[in-house]
Ligand binder design. Structure first.
Ligand SMILES: NC(=O)c1ccc[n+]([C@@H]2O[C@H](COP(=O)([O-])OP(=O)(O)OC[C@H]3O[C@@H](n4cnc5c(N)ncnc54)[C@H](O)[C@@H]3O)[C@@H](O)[C@H]2O)c1
Ligand SMILES: [Zn+2]
Length: 374
């Protein structure tokens, strides 16, 4: 396993801007050095069609040769099979150890491109160019790369921190509304863990997105989110399984116990992951209130903020018992017992093990929560 960069190192490897896409070549040159000759772009047809030419032109201007592999669009293409195709295309393009992969796309492309970079010739450099909000603030930071397998999501992979993360928030102008909301829910998750300041700024941004200064505000929010995630990762780079303190990387799973269960019972087809996290945040807040851990005001604030970022799909057809059963299979649970991230208040996460959460309370809160959302 490689050393994961510190939060400071990480921030120096990141460039976030608005309208800066044409400078990706210079950024890549700075991050890769003069020894790198080729940049291998991994993307999908849709994203490459929107931004590929501009990225290629800029890389060529910075003296790189480029080659490209496009994978299918969507989670179902995040597989070993797609990765193998990408690796074969890299070999055909004569990518060498001093060269690099650049992932241009959302989290699916980033996870797969990063994974291909991590195993090609035992590891070459990877640059992330995230084009979804979720990828900008979450998946491109922290070094987790991988693919899905028949035995589970993200079960094959490697820690392979990117040599650089470059984002142009203007790319989000073409992102479908639902994808934007999904990414924004992950931002709410970060803000709920980080503190009231970020939570309020997130709410303010999404409540008046049409203002002229919204672009600049989003750049700062993306930066703050990355800085927060980098700080958490820095404290616990490889997600030590035994840690249960409030500085463990596991806190980033806040909202994910219900989210994974909702995704599972709907066969990963109904929710965008971030949308399910939006509901997961609210359920975790309700449960913490029920357990007398969290105050009512914090819970109400979380409802306001989640609602401010966009509409979530209806929960009308969701069966509480089925969802509850799916909790048990969540991979974040340890030895069959439920382990959950809850908040004592905004910015005050705790990790509770199953014996501190009576299953009856977890279930009755879930039932009431699902009813309330219908
Ligand atoms: N590595 C990590 O730490 C980490 C963290 C969170 C999530 N993830 C992974 O990220 C993936 C989800 O990522 P996602 O939410 O970005 O989904 P995604 O990559 O599937 O992208 C969502 C959709 O938006 C399209 N798209 C991307 N950029 C666009 C743009 N600028 N304009 C128009 N359309 C655009 C994509 O083609 C796709 O159809 C999951 O596989 C998840 O496991 C990884
Ligand atoms: Zn998530």
């Amino acid at each position: 396993m490689k050393k994961v960069p510190s939060a400071d190192d990480l921030l120096s490897m990141i460039e976030i801007g608005s309208g800066n896409l044409a400078s990706i070549g210079e950024f890549a040159r700075r991050r890769l050095g003069n020894g790198a000759q080729r940049v291998f772009i991994v993307s999908n047809k849709k994203v490459f069609g929107l931004y590929g030419r501009q990225v290629e032109t800029s890389l060529k201007k910075a003296g790189f040769l480029t080659a490209t592999a496009l994978i299918g669009d969507g989670e179902r293409f995040k597989t070993l099979r797609s990765a193998e195709r990408v690796l074969a295309a890299m070999a055909a393009a004569r990518i060498e150890r001093t060269d690099a992969v650049l992932s241009l796309g959302g989290g699916v492309v980033g996870d797969l491109g990063g994974f291909a970079a991590s195993i090609y010739l035992r590891g070459i450099k990877h640059i992330q160019l995230p084009t979804t909000l979720l990828a900008m603030i979450d998946s491109s930071v922290g070094g987790k790369t991988g693919v899905n397998a028949s035995f589970g999501k993200n079960t094959i992979g490697a820690f392979h921190p990117a040599a650089g993360v470059f984002a142009d928030v203007d790319c989000l102008s073409t992102l479908p509304e639902r994808e934007m909301t999904a990414g924004a829910c992950e931002m709410v998750k970060h803000a709920a863990l980080a503190g009231k300041g970020l939570l309020k700024r997130t709410q303010a941004h999404f409540s008046c997105r049409s203002q002229p200064e919204a672009g600049e505000r989003l750049v700062s929010l993306v930066r703050e989110n990355i800085a927060f995630k980098a700080m958490v990762v820095d404290q616990d780079p490889f997600e030590d399984i035994k840690r249960t303190d409030g500085r463990s990387r596991k806190i980033l799973n806040f909202g994910h116990t219900l989210a994974h269960a909702l995704e599972k019972v709907t066969n990963y087809r109904y929710f965008r992951h971030g949308e399910a996290v939006g509901y997961g945040i609210l359920y975790a807040a309700e449960l913490a209130k029920k357990l007398a851990i969290c105050d009512k005001q914090s819970v109400e604030l979380l409802y306001d903020v989640v609602h401010s970022v966009g509409a979530l799909p209806s929960l009308a057809a969701i069966e509480p018992r089925q969802v509850f059963e799916a909790f048990q299979f969540d991979k974040k649970n340890i030895s069959g017992s439920l382990q959950m991230v809850l908040l004592r208040g905004i910015g005050r996460p705790i990790i509770l093990s199953g014996d501190k959460i009576p299953p009856k309370t977890a279930f009755s809160t879930l039932e009431a929560f699902l009813k309330l959302q219908k």
